[in-house]
Write a protein that binds this ligand. Structure first.
Ligand SMILES: Nc1nc2c(ncn2[C@@H]2O[C@H](COP(=O)(O)OP(=O)(O)O[C@H]3O[C@H](CO)[C@@H](O)[C@H](O)[C@@H]3O)[C@@H](O)[C@H]2O)c(=O)[nH]1
Ligand SMILES: [Mg+2]
Length: 245
């Protein structure tokens, strides 16, 4: 799909970037985001929600706030409070009418953002989700166990809930701000289950979801924070949603 055409619209895109031990990734992802939005002539901001990373991520973020002023904001929290509440926290400071949620470790590459914006504009979608499991999308660098976990999680949720979204666990998404606010209000899940719960709830409320195939490349620096506990929580979350819808 063609990238979004340069625009002089009044739209503002707020990128919410949760970080935990992303000192090495943060400067490069910020540079790429700045280049991407500048090339597209789009108004943008980056909101870094760091949870007291012991590796010094916040010190790096503070330098980026100065270097990219006024585009970068740091909204730190004192402890590791999880991905879902980090999004909610970041949204409180966002001024954009569109919100991009993504990871800081390059598994979600900024180069896909113009395609997501173009898809949103073309289809008028409430949400556009990056998908690893449709079209040219794919996953690179994961071992077999992680690939099976991810694919299995999607098949499980799709079989139980039938939402018609090809990548339910992916978190690289563009939302209309009002839609995300509404979904946060009516979705209890705040762990790794949240991505799936947001997509399923969105569908049940009649919001439209477009898809853009993405290449998800495993991180080079740092470690994933996904563990066995999150997988059990995910399975419980699918069943709870099934029960309540
Ligand atoms: N602030 C904050 N950030 C966090 C926390 N835990 C993780 N992060 C940040 O959230 C992003 C994703 O964390 P990863 O640890 O890299 O997750 P992953 O295992 O690669 O999982 C990704 O893929 C899954 C789908 O397969 C997604 O479900 C998941 O949301 C994420 O995108 C990274 O930017 C990481 O620094 C936390 O407790 N607090
Ligand atoms: Mg990752």
């Amino acid at each position: 799909m063609a990238p979004a055409k340069p625009s002089s619209s009044k739209d503002t895109y707020s990128v919410i970037l949760p970080t935990f031990n992303e000192r090495q990734n943060l400067p490069i992802i910020t540079w790429l985001l700045n280049r991407t939005f500048t090339e597209q002539n789009l108004d943008w901001e980056l909101i870094i929600v760091d949870d007291g990373s012991p590796d010094g991520t916040q010190e790096v973020a503070a330098q980026l706030v100065t270097a990219y002023a006024p585009h970068v904001l740091l909204r730190p929290r004192t402890g590791k409070l999880g991905l879902g509440t980090a999004y909610v926290h970041g949204l409180q400071s966002a001024r954009g009418n569109y919100i991009v949620i993504m990871d800081a470790d390059f598994s979600h590459h900024p180069k896909f953002i113009p395609q997501m914006i173009a898809a949103q504009r073309a289809g008028g979608f409430d949400i556009v989700t990056g998908t690893r499991y449709a079209g040219d999308g794919g996953v690179y660098g994961w071992d077999l166990k992680r690939k099976l976990t991810s694919k299995g999680a999607n098949i499980f949720a799709d079989t139980v809930l039938r939402p018609g979204v090809s990548d339910l666990t992916g978190s690289f998404r563009l939302y209309k701000r009002a839609v995300l606010e509404r979904l946060f209000e009516c979705t209890e899940a705040r762990g790794f289950t949240m991505q799936m719960a947001l997509a399923v709830t969105a569908k049940s409320k009649g919001y439209s979801i477009g898809e853009v195939p993405i290449s998800f490349v495993d991180r080079v620096y740092g470690d994933s924070k996904l563990g066995g506990e999150e997988i059990v929580e995910y399975a419980k979350g699918v069943l709870q949603l099934w029960w309540s819808t």
